[in-house]
Write a protein that binds this ligand. Structure first.
Ligand code: GTP
Length: 438
């Protein structure tokens, strides 16, 4: 059990590492997507924030009327052996929050940083880690509540935008869906169950949670749902009694709320027989156990994905090279080393062993001779032209022995003809040398 707990902790750490490396999932098959996580889904005011807070055992989520959760919140719970509870945000890694009211404010501020103080949503997640001896190792994703109509200040597409965002999380095969439905609403109209059924028709990764059991009309109860007779899922339904708004206003402590919730089920004439399988503490344990199971099944694929990622990173490191030294002397040494290595590799290209040199040889062996053959020497060195050039070079004083001036003019003319092909060969070699560098 302890091994499995540390394994979930390890998966949490890998998820954090993925995030730091810019892997948030969503870009094809990434390591993040190979790891399981739990997404909390439900209509607005269905009790999502309350369930999350009960699992954590802390007040830390922004509250208010209207649309409060406007960016996904990736919440990683890390169980510590002892010590004080604290929270850390990925966007503020050096700040350790011990005051959970400050955590709530930071979530609000960070949401506003991207969306402004509007009622718009953004799919850029906020990453929060909570370290505590009182939590179970879990990664939970809080998502904006599903709505039916856009309110004043929201774009017409908001209903669809929220649904698409939620869908992008829950449709991943490794996502465990925590589908929240208030008990005082007909299960047939539950947005969470509707979406979960679409993306997970067999119900194998959906956990149904029924909140607000205490708010049901007198004389009615939710045993039909909780016993799996109204809507069957592969996992048992869990009933929850969160703090009411009045409790929140009175600052009723989470620990007290959990105790009251336990008492509610234990003393309830309707749910007493289900008491040991109800409540937020039970839900947290159930999720953690399920996560263990999923991780156990996925270990081979997770390991192969990690190995693949390690190979890719090593290949990238090989390409990037060793870290640059800090002091001047070492930096100079490194530059000289690089120059020497460059020199060696470049020579290998030219001398053989690596490709390149052969193409330079080809310029002199084929291109240059072929161009020289096309030069008009037949004309330039014809008897007629030689006579003409020699005669013109002598002027009014014909030569006595050899027509030296004439020969010189003929050679100068020939060299001018050679110049074109020779320069073209130089350009071709230059081009090949540059090619060796890229
Ligand atoms: N009495 C009672 N009230 C509850 C229960 N669960 C939630 N509430 C109240 O319902 C209201 C909405 O709960 P939240 O947890 O904020 O719901 P939410 O789904 O996160 O809401 P949004 O973030 O606005 O979508 C709050 O006033 C809660 O106190 C419950 O089990 N019993």
């Amino acid at each position: 059990m302890a091994t499995m707990e540390s394994l979930i902790g390890l998966v949490n750490k890998i998820q954090r590492a993925c995030t730091v490396l810019g892997d948030h999932g969503g870009q094809g098959m990434s390591l993040w997507e190979a790891l399981p996580s739990v997404a909390v889904v439900g209509g607005q005011s269905s009790g999502k924030s309350s369930v999350l807070e009960s699992i954590v055992g802390r007040d830390f989520l922004p509250r208010g009327s209207g649309i409060v959760t406007r960016r996904p919140l990736v919440l990683q719970l890390h169980k510590t052996q002892s010590g004080a509870e604290y929270a850390e945000f990925l966007h503020a890694p050096k700040r350790r929050f011990t005051d959970f009211a400050a955590v709530r404010k930071e979530i609000s501020d960070e949401t506003d940083r991207i969306t402004g103080k509007t009622k718009q949503i953004s799919n850029i997640p906020i990453h929060l880690s909570i370290y505590s001896p009182n939590v179970v190792n879990l990664t939970l994703i809080d998502l904006p509540g599903l709505t039916k109509v856009a309110v004043e200040g929201q774009s017409d597409s908001i209903v669809e935008d929220i649904e698409n965002m939620v869908r992008s999380y829950v449709e991943k095969p490794n996502c465990i869906i925590l589908a929240i439905t208030p008990a005082n609403q007909d299960i047939a109209t539950s947005d969470a169950i509707k979406l979960a059924r679409e993306v997970d028709p067999s119900g194998e990764r959906t956990f149904g949670v029924l909140t607000k059991l205490d708010l049901m009309d007198k004389g009615t109860n939710a045993t039909e749902v909780l016993e799996g007779r109204a809507y069957r899922l592969q996992h048992p339904w869990v009933g929850i009694v969160n703090r009411s708004q009045a409790d929140i206003n009175k600052n009723v402590d989470m620990i007290v709320a959990r105790r009251k919730e336990r008492e509610y089920f234990e003393t309830s004439p309707d749910y007493g027989h289900l008491a040991s399988k109800m409540g937020s503490e039970y839900l947290a344990k159930l999720l953690s156990q399920h996560l263990e199971l999923v991780i156990r099944q996925r270990i081979p694929s997770i390991i192969s994905m990690i190995n693949k990622t390690i190979d890719e990173l090593n290949a990238e490191l090989d390409r990037i090279g060793r870290p640059v030294a800090a002091d001047g002397g070492a930096q100079l040494y490194m530059i000289l080393e690089l120059c020497r290595a460059f020199d060696r590799v470049f020579k290998e290209h030219l001398d053989g062993g690596r490709p390149g040199g052969d193409r330079i040889y080809g310029v002199f062996d084929h291109q240059l001779p072929a161009a020289l053959k096309k030069l008009p020497f037949d004309r330039h060195l014809s008897l007629k032209n030689v006579q003409k050039v020699v005669t013109e070079a002598d002027g009014y004083q014909p030569h006595l022995i050899a027509p030296e001036q004439g020969y010189r003019r003929l050679i100068d003319g020939s060299i001018t003809y050679f110049k074109g092909p020779a320069e073209a060969s130089v350009d071709a070699v230059m081009f090949l040398l540059v090619l060796l560098l890229v």
